[in-house]
Write a protein that binds this ligand. Structure first.
Ligand SMILES: Nc1nc2c(ncn2[C@@H]2O[C@H](COP(=O)(O)OP(=O)(O)O)[C@@H](O)[C@H]2O)c(=O)[nH]1
Ligand SMILES: [Mg+2]
Length: 371
């Protein structure tokens, strides 16, 4: 199933876009009028926000929504094996082409270069990923010390050493440890979408009883997005407007094996909004608190977000929107600035397909990934 959100000037334009994008079988899950963000929102007409979905499988009347999502998850597993193989092939081709490029320049010379030259080559290459300079330095100091000694070296061999050292700079952790899983982070990074992806996996793949909570009283109607997901997946959803309500809500979800908590996006610079969330978080502990960061975030902003959200006691990381960038330094930088383990990587809008558990080697491998 594909679920998409659209913003249009009116319903008519929105429906044309939905039809064009998702086809004639698309259904509208929800629509509402919203203001554009920021001060301009007050001076421009409201826009129509539409959440639409379409089944991407042939219709089968015997399948309910849950069964359909289950099928997608199974398909996803097969796809991820293929994707991994493709990624590994891509990275090998990239390494070989790096060697070829240098050899072309050196026309006819040996297929190896001095270690210094190889190191300089990869330094320039990795700088494009916007890695933190201190982190980059640490990786190179360790790699060069391993590679030290007489003789020459291929770029591919040097890349392997660097990849291993880069992998050593991140810690990944597997899945859910606590019963309560909270998602925090700046606005629009994909908290709700990631939560929906995880909810689908836990309930349909792992057969867990999942309950959803949203702590959201900044944006009127912001609950609707999660409500649409909860209805599709047939999961209970509770909306909490004040910290003291949390206790009652948790009691109502007592039967659930897992509770996923969504929060309204907090503007990183708004101390009051962040402070306000602290009282909710304190009541939810012990919990896995995921700081969600978009891979498209600039290095300086990642560092600022890591610092600002510290008071919310996050203990895990999720990086989203990997599909929207070619510079993957944010993933490593997030781990470096927060010193927290990375759990999930998200690389698309599809629920539940575009979410995978992070692994150290995969993250390091991203730096050698092409397009
Ligand atoms: N390309 C891409 N878009 C994403 C990803 N995760 C979420 N989004 C989109 O980002 C937008 C904001 O997501 P949302 O979950 O509402 O963000 P929130 O404000 O942090 O809850 C939505 O249009 C999502 O479909 C991702 O991994 N890749
Ligand atoms: Mg949200």
């Amino acid at each position: 199933m594909k679920i998409r959100k659209y913003l249009a000037s009116d319903m008519k334009e929105g429906l044309v876009r939905v039809k064009k994008d998702l086809g004639r079988d698309a259904v509208i899950l929800h629509s509402r009028r919203v203001r554009r963000r920021g001060i301009r929102g007050f001076f421009t007409p409201r826009q129509m926000e539409i959440i639409a979905a379409v089944d991407t499988k042939p219709k089968d009347a015997s399948l309910n929504n849950g069964a359909m999502l289950q099928r997608f998850i199974e398909k996803d597993k097969e796809m991820s094996v293929l994707t991994e193989e493709l990624e590994s092939l891509k990275s090998k081709v990239m390494e070989l082409s790096a060697v070829a490029t240098v050899n072309d320049q050196d026309e006819g010379k040996e297929k190896t270069v001095t270690r210094k030259k190889s190191s300089a080559y990869w330094r320039t290459y990795l700088e494009h990923h916007d890695l933190d300079p201190a982190l980059l330095e640490e990786i190179f100091v360790e790699a060069e010390s391993d590679a030290a000694g007489p003789g020459r070296m291929s770029h591919a061999k040097m890349a392997d050493i660097l990849k291993e050292k880069a992998a050593g700079k991140i810690i990944c952790t597997n899945g859910c440890n606590s019963r309560t899983q909270v998602f925090i982070g700046p606005t629009g990074v994909g908290k709700t979408t990631t939560l929906a992806k995880l909810a689908a996996r836990l309930s349909l793949q792992d057969n867990e009883k999942v309950g959803l909570i949203t702590i959201d009283h900044y944006r009127i109607g912001a609950v609707d997005q999660l409500r649409a997901y909860s209805e599709i997946m047939e999961l209970p959803l509770e909306v909490v407007m004040a910290p003291q309500d949390l206790f009652k809500v948790m009691m109502r979800l007592e039967e659930c094996d897992r509770i996923l908590v969504d929060t309204a996006g907090r503007s990183t610079g708004n101390k009051d909004q962040l402070e306000d969330l602290v009282s909710y978080i304190d009541m939810l502990l012990p919990a896995d608190i995921h700081l969600v960061i978009s891979a498209t975030t600039r290095r300086q902003d990642v560092s600022y977000i890591a610092e600002s959200f510290k008071k919310l006691k996050y203990n895990r990381l999720v990086v989203t929107k990997l599909d929207e960038t070619n510079a993957y330094g944010t993933v490593m930088n997030s781990s470096y600035y927060t010193r927290m383990p990375l759990v999930y990587l998200a690389d698309g809008q599809r629920v539940p397909e575009d979410l995978k558990l992070a692994s150290e080697l995969d993250v390091a491998g991203l730096l050698w990934r092409t397009g």
